[in-house]
Design a binder for this molecule. Sequence first.
Ligand SMILES: NC(=O)c1ccc[n+]([C@@H]2O[C@H](COP(=O)([O-])OP(=O)(O)OC[C@H]3O[C@@H](n4cnc5c(N)ncnc54)[C@H](O)[C@@H]3O)[C@@H](O)[C@H]2O)c1
Ligand SMILES: [Fe+2]
Length: 406
Amino acid sequence: MLRAPAAVYYGQGARASIGTAAASLGRRALVVVDPFLAKTPEFREALSGLDGAGVAVQIFSGVVPELPTDSVTAAAESARGFAPDVVVAYGGGSALDLGKLIALLLSCDGPLSDYYGENRVPHPVLPIVAVPTTAGTGSEATPVAVVSDPDRELKVGVSDPALIPRVAIVDPDLTIGAPPSVTAYSGIDAIVHCAESYTAGKRRPDWETRLPVFVGRNRMSSLLALEGLAAMGDALPLAVADGSNVEARGRMAWGSLLGGMAFGSGGTHLSHALQYPIGALTHTPHGMGTGMMLPYVLQACIETTTDRLAQIAGALGVATDRSERDDAQAAIDRLDEIGIAIGLPRTLAEIGLTRQQIPRVAELAAGVTRLVALADHEVTPAFLERILDAAFVGDRSRLTDTSTNG
Ligand SMILES: NC(=O)c1ccc[n+]([C@@H]2O[C@H](COP(=O)([O-])OP(=O)(O)OC[C@H]3O[C@@H](n4cnc5c(N)ncnc54)[C@H](O)[C@@H]3O)[C@@H](O)[C@H]2O)c1
Ligand SMILES: [Fe+2]
């Protein structure tokens, strides 16, 4: 199963196609841009490309971090008078998600909360050209946009194939300026997207009804996820250590695009379900939480996903010449090492979670049923608590026997 943009342009210099891509979809472009990037020469170049292609432009550069819902609604209202027929979203995941949500609100009546959850968007939305400057959320290729709703304890998502950008323009050079922490957290999240879609459970689709947005592991998502991991495994520490390493930036941009396409149909699972409450309680970035949880989640699921983890070891270049089980362990160890190399905190205690909060985090994560259902393991709050207990003190060996202990 593949859900993806109608066109994907990847490569150094691909940003030169922004004008023609937008012109192929409309004459009036609302350009949504990260406030920092709005001042860069590359963005001005993109604007002249739009002008050269005869596209009228209105710029919205007021992206508010974490996308509080009222900021999204206000952004859409400010654009309504311009009546755009295409949205160009340029920036990190926040700018891309805002572009998707503005396209939604200008095409369907609000409030935004009507569309929370999966498959709630009633008809196509304005076409979107997505240009990522981080590597990344993969948002340029996914059916997802994430917002913070002050009425909800956790961040909420709108997930619908209607939100998949029509054109993704992925130019790794645009990520060169991303600072080390943004590179680290968005980069490890891209690795988690690949690892989780590759280890998600397989579900038998009911072809006669509308398919869920995330259908579980499948042949197409597996292909993309493994290729993404092969591209990114060694590249992420290099890109964090030296942001001007063009080859590492290229591999990260490529891998995160593939990760977006992989999880856009396959889905993610427990690292993401656990990050939602962890992020809300500790106010830490999405990728920090998913990246920290991944080795613990995979360790807890090693018995039911050994074959896939062994394949991941191959993609990461750490396969042993011993057993499949040894390869699976080597994959988890390597993913943990990558986290250390990029400076992820080592324990949940370090990021400010308290031991007393663990049962509540487990309960909230267990309630993220669309993600939990995709794990290839039976999931109870007790199972999640064990994962959290191990991550709280930074000791994966506590999880070695989880599958036999229930
Ligand atoms: N839609 C999806 O499929 C999806 C998937 C995962 C995460 N997300 C969401 O994406 C958001 C995170 O996105 P992100 O990690 O890309 O970060 P971001 O968009 O929030 O940007 C983080 C910071 O990096 C800066 N920045 C971005 N690119 C830069 C560059 N090239 N040079 C210099 N500075 C740069 C921005 O100005 C900003 O200050 C979260 O809200 C998360 O929930 C969405
Ligand atoms: Fe993610």
